[in-house]
Structure formats: C-alpha cells, structure tokens
Design a protein around this ligand. Structure first.
Ligand code: AR6
Length: 178
C-alpha cells in the first residue's frame, strides 16, 4: 500500500526487513545496543557480527542510547549502507510518544547522511510490547511531521512481519494519509 507526503513516497509492505533494499534499515534496538532477538537478532545474524561490534564501540564511546534516540553503524553483509539503531519505548514503562521521537530521529539521521531511502520495522511491537495500532499512529504522526522538511530522503518503507501487523498498519496509515 502506497502513500505520499511532501514529495516523499511511503510504502507499507509485508516481509523481512533484512531482505529489503534501502540505503538504511532501521533496527528496533535497546539502549545498550545488545542485539538479542526479534529484528535486532535477525539483522546481526544476516549482516554479521561487525554490526554488534560497532554497536558496542558506539556505546563505549557515547554511553547508552536514550529512549527515542538513534545510533548508526555500518550494515555488514546486508544490502543497506547503514543500520540506524532506534530505541523505542517499552510499553507500560515508558511513554508511547517516545516511539514517534525515535522515528523522527531516524529520519533526521538519514537526511544528515544524505540517504534517499530508509526502511523501518514496527518498532516496539515485539519484545517491548506496544499495541500495533498505537505504534502505527506514532509512526504515521512522526512521518507526517518530518517528511515535508526532507530534501534528500525520498522513499520510506515500513516493513511489517506478518498479515496481522500489516493489516493494522495499513488501516492506521490510510486514516493518517488519505
Ligand atoms: N523483519 C521485519 N520485522 C520483524 C522481523 C524481521 N526480520 N523480525 C521481527 N519483526 P522486536 P521491539 C517484527 O521485538 O519490540 C530485541 O531483543 C516483530 O514481529 O524486534 O522494539 C532488541 O535487542 C515486531 O512486530 O523489537 C531489544 O532488546 C517488530 O518487528 C528489543 O528486542 C518489533 O519487534 C526491542 O523490542
């Protein structure tokens, strides 16, 4: 399902984010950038341990990534140039608005890096326990706010794992963008 805002194309698709061709893929990370399960585990398995090693080095230098913040590493063997590690909130423990902040910061980082395309997973909807609808609303709101000011980024992919996640995100994005 495709949408557009401020000259930026937004595509929702079903699939595995590690297979997607985009300049950057976003990881659903924790503050310590210790990539265990979910999307993070899949990214390191497919991209290689260099992603985990660079992540540890980033934390060693800068300290933990705040909730709503991002950090960048290379993408190892993945087709992307970079992995942008975004830390979403743990639902119930941290405010859901931090999810929008993480998405905005990832888009701003992609713009700073001069990238054209960026792919997001459904941040915080796995281990971090946020409901799909709320997560989708946060992501859509962040994209609506930032997209009009993007000059280099021209394509945002949202890669959803499974039918149910895809269906829920499409419903929310339809309301937000049409
Ligand atoms: N491609 C796209 N989406 C995926 C993939 C994939 N390969 N694998 C899982 N998903 P999660 P979080 C979906 O748990 O909730 C890790 O341990 C999944 O179905 O990856 O932000 C980190 O190290 C779900 O809808 O991220 C952190 O500690 C969504 O991606 C913590 O989990 C996000 O699930 C982060 O938790």
């Amino acid at each position: 399902m495709d949408f557009a805002v401020g000259g930026v194309a937004i595509s929702l698709m079903k699939g595995d984010i590690t297979e997607v061709e985009a300049d950057a893929i976003v990881n659903a990370a924790n503050s310590f950038l210790e990539h265990g399960g979910g999307v993070a585990g899949a990214i390191v398995r497919k991209g290689g341990s260099v992603i985990q090693e660079e992540s540890r080095e980033w934390v060693r230098r800068h300290g933990p990534v705040p909730v709503g913040g991002v950090a960048v590493t290379s993408a190892g063997r993945l087709r992307a140039k970079y992995v942008i590690h975004a830390v979403g909130p743990r639902c119930g423990a941290e405010p859901i608005e931090k999810l929008a902040e993480a998405v905005k910061n990832a888009l701003i980082k992609a713009e700073e890096l001069g990238l054209v395309s960026i792919a997001f997973p459904a941040i915080s909807t796995g281990v971090f326990g946020c409901p799909y609808d709320e997560a989708a609303r946060q992501m859509a709101a962040a994209i609506r706010e930032v997209a009009p000011s993007l000059k280099r980024v021209r394509r945002i992919l949202v890669v959803l794992y499974g039918d149910e996640t895809y269906r829920r995100f499409v419903e929310v994005f339809k309301k937000a963008f049409s």
